[in-house]
Design a protein around this ligand. Structure first.
Ligand SMILES: Nc1ncnc2c1ncn2[C@@H]1O[C@H](COP(=O)(O)OP(=O)(O)OP(=O)(O)O)[C@@H](O)[C@H]1O
Ligand SMILES: [Mg+2]
Length: 323
């Protein structure tokens, strides 16, 4: 693939110090997302999707520590950059939208003011032009009567409307990378589709790379060019969407796909995969964290995790993959 990556994450590891031990939340997480493409990160609850996003955005919980890795945004390593450097690109070059838009918005400023703030701070829009541009952005994200809506507070809007406002804020400065962490969870199905279409259209317009985090494999299949499958803090497989569904190679991916036969169920209903995620505080975690659940486990699986190239066509971290 010759596409230029907008963001490259390599060998990311994160741990959390807790009173009951160290949680090894991420290990050797690598992926790249090219300009103009959508990469989905899928996995069960607790697999490390959000921690990956927070580490890249520089907003990890204070108990968390990045113990290795790079996150290259153009020439800048976000993980090695100073707080000032990261602050300069966050919101401008890389932006994030969250699962619960209402709590992510400021409750005591109107949505128009909040969009205007971002335009002034990150998009070099002159102060007197910002309110008018904020109204235009509200129109761009499909809000009717945007001039009136700009004067509303978040509590006066529906969840879907608040998510549109979050998208307007995230995209105000036309970032090169958008991370959307479960952006439609909690919205009704129709609004979900509208919001996903909106993100897709806007991404196409500005050539943005999108990282779409979801536990919904079916939604990932519909929306992403490439899918990264995470299990217990590891990337177990990384392939184009078509390739992943045609030829899943990791036993876990194969189980996930088998558990969503009509591509309509969600990973939340994965009762059919035996076992659960291992406790990431365990000192004896096996190198392959799926080994204890895996029907294809071999002796080698307990020796070391197979090395995976950082920016791959089809990566599978497995000693005994399906062919
Ligand atoms: N502040 C924290 N302290 C301790 N452990 C944490 C902390 N934040 C996350 N973790 C751990 O890191 C792991 C990954 O969590 P993460 O929130 O990234 O999962 P996720 O894939 O986003 O799940 P979900 O689908 O539920 O959002 C989990 O084992 C979680 O318990
Ligand atoms: Mg999460």
């Amino acid at each position: 693939m010759t596409a230029v990556p907008a963001l490259v994450v390599e060998d990311l590891a994160v741990e959390f110090r807790t009173r009951s031990g160290t949680v090894r939340a991420l290990e050797r997480v690598s992926f790249a997302v090219p300009k103009g493409e959508t990469l989905a990160i899928v996995g069960e609850s607790g697999s490390g999707k959000s921690v990956t996003a927070y580490a890249v955005m520089g907003i990890l919980d204070p108990a968390g520590r990045i113990t290795s890795g790079r996150a290259m945004l153009g020439g800048l390593d976000l993980l090695a950059a100073s707080a000032d450097q990261v602050a300069a690109v966050r919101g401008r070059e890389i932006a994030m939208i969250f699962q619960n838009p209402r709590t992510a918005l400021n409750p005591i400023r109107t949505v128009g003011q909040q969009i205007a703030d971002v335009l002034i701070r990150h998009a070099n829009v002159p102060r007197r032009e910002a309110p008018g541009r904020a109204v235009e952005l509200l129109r761009d994200v499909g809000i009717t009567d945007p001039a009136r809506r700009a004067k509303a507070y978040p509590f006066e809007m529906s969840g879907g409307m608040c998510q549109r406002v979050m998208i307007a804020i995230a995209l105000a400065a036309k970032p090169s990378v958008l991370i959307a962490d479960e952006p439609t969870t909690g919205l009704d199905v129709t609004t979900q589709a509208v919001i996903m279409d909106l993100i897709g259209d806007l991404a196409r317009d500005i050539g943005m790379a999108t990282i779409f985090i979801t536990h919904d494999l079916a939604l990932a299949a519909q929306r992403a060019d490439r899918i990264v499958v995470m299990h217990a803090g590891h990337v177990v497989e990384n392939a184009t969407t078509a390739e992943l569904f045609a030829r899943p190679r990791h036993p876990y991916t194969a189980e996930l796909i088998a558990a969503t036969p009509d591509a309509a169920a969600s990973l939340a209903a994965l009762a059919s995969i035996p076992g659960s995620l291992p406790d990431l505080r365990r000192l004896d975690l096996p190198p392959c964290r799926y080994a204890e659940r895996c029907p294809r486990r071999l002796g080698d699986c307990d020796a070391a995790l197979p090395a995976a190239p950082a920016i791959p066509e089809h990566v599978v971290a497995c000693w005994n993959p399906l062919s």
